[in-house]
Design a protein around this ligand. Structure first.
Ligand code: KIV
Ligand code: ZN
Length: 510
């Protein structure tokens, strides 16, 4: 191994990723993902924005106090109460820090903050000083840095370093910059920011022009030593730089970059699947590294080449990102032990209580289906009774539909701990079920997206339903799986309603 620098991987899936529409997660889901990020080997986990709501505060606190290994940070605006909240949530954690930010572009300062640049700068310095009074690990981000006036940016970063920041993170907040400009900007900041050779420069790129990964790599070529990114590239609007693409670019082209990360790349695929399962938001088939087609060779000439020598068309192996080729299927004669082993192979670590639940559901499914595929097992492991968390849960449901009848649903739910029952009609069985749930919960939401997906092939496949809903400017997505797609739809809808309630409790602004 040659003596090369290591790039810190700062994961913001649970903050920038989670705050974008459709990706809301509850506390338990965030913790499951955070534990997977530890396995993956990230250096820093941005667990959330503690001042956003009491729920976010608890999530940040729980993740910080549970995990051992990576640094856990909370985002904070430069308001002192935000800094105090981040410290309050994380103090006593194994390894923690505070990430504070404020806009530095003329546009944002004038219209969004409505403050004079000197006042913004002074506020940033006060925030960094306050954060430093709690912890040595203080990161400062000048938001919209790539559209900021460079001399002001240098001044703001220098003052924040003097005040105690050890990491200066340069966000391309609106995904506007190009690799060439990013290289020049980091190069300039390294030379001109006070103590630029003693602090760590970081980048945080958004993907509005599809350049987030390229811009992040350009920044490390210029000397940045931390990259902020997310699993599957989720995040505001078009998303953030994708963690798996960055890691595999550095690994596959190590001779060129001469840089390492601490990421265990064999955990990449599982991390991506886990996020998809938890949020119900799939990645597109042609997504680099983790998409269904990322390693599929369709053209005859490619297949022929790969058979003769995989290097002809494969620049990395599926195994290097954790895609396993073990396709043995399980069925109704498979025992608990075989199931437990398969679950472990798929990368999940579940308690014996959870295994009991999954085994029971596995047996029920295996009785109904000839073969149970890995995708079915993943669905059983990750659905974890999502519909029973939050204000609402589904107890039972009966739906009548046919050629000569009005589709009718009778639904029984737990709502805030009370059992409630109602029946209603609809244009079809799914419509009837969702109308009834809406009536029971009193929700005024609007369904903005509904998708049914067969988890595997065949008419006995489990149906996976994803729904997105919107109410008063807030949106949420839910996922449900079942052999019966009407039940899967109801589960997905209830899950989305619970997530919407959670989202409503948050403050705006980041
Ligand atoms: O995109 C952005 O500017 C951010 C900052 C808070 C780092 O997410
Ligand atoms: Zn961002």
């Amino acid at each position: 191994m040659t003596d090369v620098d290591t790039i810190r991987i700062f994961d913001t899936t649970l903050r920038d990723g989670e705050q974008s529409p459709g990706f809301t997660m509850n506390a338990e889901e965030k913790l499951i993902l955070a534990q997977q990020l530890v396995k993956l080997g990230v250096d820093t986990i941005e667990a959330g924005f503690s001042a956003a709501s009491p729920g976010d505060f608890e999530c940040v606190r729980d993740i910080g106090h549970t995990l051992k290994g990576p640094m856990v940070v909370s985002l904070a605006r430069t308001r002192l109460e935000d800094i105090d909240s981040a410290a309050e949530a994380l103090k006593g954690s194994h390894n923690w820090g505070i990430h504070t930010f404020v806009a530095s572009s003329a546009l944002h300062m004038k219209y969004k903050l409505q403050q004079e640049p000197e006042d913004v700068l002074e506020g940033a310095v006060r925030a960094v000083e306050r954060a430093k009074s709690y912890t040595d690990n203080v990161e400062f981000s000048p938001e919209d840095a790539t559209r900021s006036e460079p001399d002001f940016l240098v001044r703001m970063c220098s003052e924040c370093v003097r005040a105690g920041a050890t990491i200066i993170n340069i966000p391309d907040t609106v995904g506007y910059t190009t690799q060439y400009e990013m290289y020049e900007l980091i190069d300039r900041l390294k030379n001109e920011v006070y103590n630029g050779d003693r602090i760590t420069f970081s980048v945080h790129c958004h993907d509005d022009l599809g350049l987030a990964v390229a811009n992040s790599l350009a920044a490390v070529r210029a000397g940045a030593r931390q990259i902020e990114c997310t699993i599957n590239g989720i995040g505001e609007r078009a998303g953030n730089a994708s963690l798996e693409e960055i890691v595999m670019a550095l690994k596959t082209r190590r001779e060129f970059f001469k840089l390492d990360t601490r990421i265990r790349s064999e955990e990449l695929y599982h991390s991506s699947r886990l996020l998809t399962q938890v949020t119900g938001m799939p990645v597109q088939a042609n997504k680099a590294i983790v998409g269904a087609n990322a390693f599929a060779h369709e053209a005859g000439i490619h297949q022929d080449g790969v058979l003769k020598n995989p290097l002809t068309y494969e620049i990395m192996t599926p195994e290097s990102v954790g895609i396993k080729s073990n396709n043995l299927v399980l069925g109704k004669h498979s025992g608990r032990h075989a199931l437990a082993e398969r679950i472990r192979d798929l990368g999940y670590d579940i308690s014996s209580g959870e295994l009991n639940r999954v085994f029971k559901e596995f047996k029920r499914l295996a009785d109904l289906k000839k073969t149970v595929y890995d995708e079915d097992i993943e669905a059983l492991v990750t659905q974890s009774g999502d519909s029973v968390k939050g204000r609402y849960s589904l107890r039972s449901m009966n739906v009548v539909s046919g050629t000569n009848t009005v589709p009718t649903a009778t639904v029984e739910m737990d709502i805030d701990g009370q059992v409630m029952r109602q029946a209603n009609f609809g244009d079809g069985p799914v419509d009837a079920a969702l109308n009834t749930i809406k009536g029971l919960t009193g929700s005024t939401c609007r369904l903005t997206h509904y998708k049914v997906n067969a988890i595997t092939g065949g008419t006995d496949a489990q149906g996976e339903v994803t729904v997105s809903i919107e109410d008063k400017g807030k949106s949420a997505t839910g996922r449900g799986t079942d052999l019966d797609i009407v039940i899967a739809s109801a589960k997905a809808f209830v899950s989305a309603l619970n997530r919407l309630e959670y989202r409503k409790g948050r403050i705006e602004g980041v």
